[in-house]
Design a binder for this molecule. Sequence first.
Ligand code: A4P
Ligand code: MG
Length: 189
Amino acid sequence: MLTHSTRVDTYIGLGSNLAHPHRQFAAALRSLAALPDTSLVSVSSMYRTRPWGVLKRQPMYLNAVARLSTLLPPKTLLTALHGIERAQGRKRRYRFAPRTLDLDILLYGEMRLNRTYLTLPHPRLPLRAFALIPLLEIAPDTLPCRRRYEKALQTLGAARHEVRQIPSPAGNPLVQEKISNPLRSSQLS
Ligand code: A4P
Ligand code: MG
């Protein structure tokens, strides 16, 4: 497999509103942690969010962001993410359809790319409180584009209130336990 020689920090947006979203996230995080030449650095809190940009009624979403450190080039990473989505029963019926799992590359280092198969940064990131809030929760202060996304979030106004952090007294035990001890995952969903 083609890899880069230096690691790149990349941020993956997770979204789900079908088939037990917490379980979908637990499985997805295990798969992300198992990607070749990649480590899962951190995961945001889970957020319950109102469907954005949809015409028909659909269930509330669960959203989160995971930070990876990877040697995989962006196209290889995207292909791997599509494989994880497929393995978790993702069906592409129409745009913005309800889904078991959506994995978007929000940022790939500082790379800018405009291809039909991949746009970086994710083109709709500045419009979406459900992606910006978990991203800013885990992105370090040193992230070069941080100020820009903080400003983008401020301009979203009321939309940010449709993103509710799921309280979790001990940080994020769902995620921590599921990654470190996958055998226990069925007890946690
Ligand atoms: N693609 C291009 N750039 C990227 C990128 N940076 N990351 C291409 C991932 N994929 C990228 O995506 C369509 C195509 O975009 C892919 O084949 C890929 O080559 P998709 O995941 O197949 O389809 P989609 O998700 O229905 O469409 P799209 O346009 O990606 O939608 P979004 O932007 O993912 O939005 N509301 C809430 N509250 N929470 C959500 O998570 N998600 C959506 C979908 C709508 N409303 C939502 C949520
Ligand atoms: Mg998508």
